[in-house]
Design a protein around this ligand. Structure first.
Ligand SMILES: [Zn+2]
Length: 414
């Protein structure tokens, strides 16, 4: 019975490329830029999707909107959509409604806010948001609609979590949802975050490194460059700190093959402007270090190591060196490879795409952390190019169809 229903559902989804295009076009046209990105929020996108879902008889749509007076609607929409299954367990698919700005528009071959087909390859579409993260949203909605159209009640319930504010910190999105409804996901539910992945669907992200951004401020004494003995060169001391980052990295010797690279990385990045002219020796330097830290280390250990380096540099160059946390996102415990969401996903990928998956970690952070830190295993997987945030952001309609079929297959236990 359930095998038959699964096949009906997969067959029905195989013809939904036009529906994916319709959803993608409507979403891109409504933008969904958060106020921190100079936009008016996600409300019109959320309204469109709610109307679309309701037109298929999907009525269990709960609002967990966050108040935000910086946008015209006064709120950042968060929707929890449920389509019941035979058991209480739910497969949750999380999609975010917000996108990033188009960036330099001259780099786009077409209008970023109008979804177009590629001239040569109509399966390929372009537009801001088509990969990040509208494909996930479109797949979840198309699956919900297909369940209703075919009158199918699968083994697991389907839940869609459509959130705002993923691109600018999650405070008005998933974090707000957890504040308002801390228990909306049960520990034995399956949580899938299709916000990172690969074009062959063979990679499941189950772990993330912790992120620590350090701000380093070096204070010496400015003077005329022709009389360097009168001052203390902050740039030279900053250079010693920058070169020392590699030594700090080398002292964090742990390796974890889940990640590529398999070590913690400490990378000096941004440098603030110092003096405007060549003949002044700078008395102050500010730069930043982007640290990606394996879950076996605490972020405070990294901070201490850089403070120890700062003490040495300060003594040698007779300057003061301050190292502060600029931003931090500690890693959560990785999702176990034998957790139901990972094994269910592996089975579904085999079923629909025919291949095997490997699990791994990434250096960045995704919304999955918000589940993992609450002890809820979450997997990150999608069939995408990984070209999010770039000009001419692209996606394949056939990838979306397959992705929706993988989600569909996960709804059946066999
Ligand atoms: Zn995203």
């Amino acid at each position: 019975m359930s095998q038959e229903e699964k096949h009906t559902l997969l067959a029905s989804l195989s013809g939904c490329a036009d529906r994916m295009f319709e959803l993608q076009s409507a979403m891109t046209a409504r933008r969904g830029l958060g106020p921190d990105n100079g936009g008016d929020g996600e409300q019109s996108k959320a309204e469109y999707l709610e109307t679309w879902l309701r037109s298929f008889g999907i009525d269990d749509i709960e609002h967990v909107d966050a108040a935000d007076d910086r946008v015209p609607s006064g709120k950042r929409p968060n929707l929890i959509v449920r389509v019941p299954g035979r058991s209480e367990r739910t497969l949750w698919i999380l999609g975010h409604l917000d996108v990033v700005p188009a960036g330099e528009e001259s780099l786009w071959r077409s209008d970023p806010w109008t979804v177009v087909h590629d001239d040569q390859d109509p399966d390929l579409i372009y537009g801001r948001g088509v990969e990040d993260n509208q494909q996930a949203v479109a797949c979840g909605c198309a699956l919900a609609a297909a369940l209703k159209e075919n009158g199918i009640v699968p083994d697991l319930g389907l839940g869609l979590i459509l959130v705002s504010d993923e691109e600018t910190g999650n405070a008005y999105g998933i974090q707000h949802v957890f504040r308002e409804k801390p228990d909306f996901v049960s520990a034995d539910d399956l949580v899938l975050v299709p916000d990172s992945g690969s074009p062959d669907g063979a990679f499941i992200e189950t772990a993330e490194k912790g992120i620590l951004w350090l701000r380093v401020e070096v204070e010496g004494r400015q003077c005329h460059a022709s009389r360097p003995d009168d001052g203390k060169n902050a740039l030279a001391a900053a250079a010693a700190m920058i070169l020392g980052a590699a030594d700090v990295e080398a002292s964090f010797t742990a390796r974890n093959s889940l990640f590529a690279p398999d070590r913690s990385t400490f990378t000096p990045t941004k440098h603030e402007a110092n003096v405007p002219n060549v003949n002044t020796m700078p008395g102050k330097e500010v730069f930043y270090i982007d640290c990606r830290v394996l879950p076996c280390y605490s972020l405070d250990e990294v901070l201490s190591a850089f403070r120890a380096l700062a003490d040495k540099v300060a003594e040698k160059y007779e300057v003061s060196v301050r190292v502060e946390k600029f931003m931090e996102e500690p890693a959560a415990a990785p999702t176990a490879e034998d957790s139901p969401v990972v094994s269910g996903l592996k089975k579904a990928v085999k079923d629909v795409l025919g291949g095997d998956c490997r699990c791994g970690g990434i250096g960045g952070s995704t919304v999955a952390v918000n589940f993992r830190e609450r002890g809820i295993p979450a997997a990150v997987w999608a069939l995408i190019f990984e070209n999010c945030h770039s000009p001419n952001e692209a996606a394949r309609l056939s990838f979306a169809v397959k992705e929706a079929q993988v989600f569909a297959s996960m709804l059946f236990n066999d």
